[in-house]
Design a protein around this ligand. Sequence first.
Ligand code: GDP
Length: 311
Amino acid sequence: MGIFSKFKSGLKRGSAVLQGAFERVGVRGSLNQEDLFEIEEAFYACDFGPETTEEVLEEIKISFRDQKKADDGGLVNTARTVLSKILSGSEGMLDHSNDPSPQVICLVGVNGSGKTTTCAKLGHQLSLSGKSVMIGACDTFRAAATEQLKEWANRLALDLVSGHHGSDAAAVAFDAYSSALAKQTDYLLLDTAGRLHVKDNLMDELSKLKRVIQKREPAAPQHSWLVVDGSTGTNGLLQAKVFHQKFGLNGVVVTKLDGTSKGGVIVSIYRELGLPIFYLGLGEQPDDLQPFSVENYLDSLFPAYLSSINA
Ligand code: GDP
C-alpha cells in the first residue's frame, strides 16, 4: 500500500463523517442553521475541538454569504483552507544531514501510547532509507517492553542495547549511546518507560537519562518526541505539559490513527502543543509509521473532493 493509501485508509472514519455532512448540504444547495449545525457536529465528532470547528464554521458562513449557494465542493475547499492554515508549520522533518552522530531520538509518553512499537517502526523506516540505527531499550520498568523490542529488533535486523528488568534506565541509555558512538551509528532511538506520568520518579528517571547522555554529548537528545495515542482524543494532552516541563519536547508522534480515531485529533494536538508532528502511526505493521504530511492528511480527510480541490 502506498503512503497516501495508508493515510486514506487510516482516516476513513473521519472522512466518512465529514463527507456525509458536506454531501447533505450540497444536495440541498442551501445553508440554513440546521445545515451549519450538521457540519459543526461532524467536526466535533471528528475531534477537531471547539476553536477549529468555530473557525471552520465562520469561514463557511462567509463563503456562503459571498457565493450565495452551498456547493459542497466549495465548502470543503473553504474548510480545507482553514485547516491548512492552522496546520501551517506542523510538519516535522528529520534533517539527515545533521551532525554529530548518533542523532538521538528519545520517545516519551504514557504507558500504552505506542512508544515501543513506534521505536521499532521508526528504526525500520530509517534503516530502509539507508541510515544505521541503534535502539536503546530504556523501558526497564514494564516487564514486557524489552522483550517486545528485542523481538522487533530481531525481526527487523536492528541493533539493540538493553538492560535487566528493573535496572537503571539511564545506565541503559548510556551504554546504548556509547555503543552507537563506537559503531558510528546515524541514529540512536531510545524507548522509555511510561508509568503514571504524574509520578515524579518517572520524571526523575527521564531527567537522569537525559543528563547522563548530555555528559557525553551536550546537544543530545536532538529529538525528544511525545508519543500520543490518537484514539484517546485530546484527553491525554494534559500529560504532555508535564513531560514538556520536565523533559523539554520538540516533536510529536501520533499513533493509532487507524483505530477508532476520526483524525481531527491531529489538529487539536498541534493547536494545543504547537510542536511539529513528525510521524503518524497508521497500523501495527513495520511500514505503518508514516511521515506526517499536511497535504496527505487533508487529501485523506476529503478524498471525495480531490478533483474539485485540484480544479
Ligand atoms: P508503549 O507502552 O507506549 O510502549 O506502547 P506499545 O508500543 O507497547 O503499544 C501499545 C499497543 O498499541 C500495542 O498493542 C501496539 O501494537 C499498539 N499500537 C501502537 N501503535 C499503533 C498504531 O499506530 N496502530 C495500531 N492499531 N496499534 C498500535
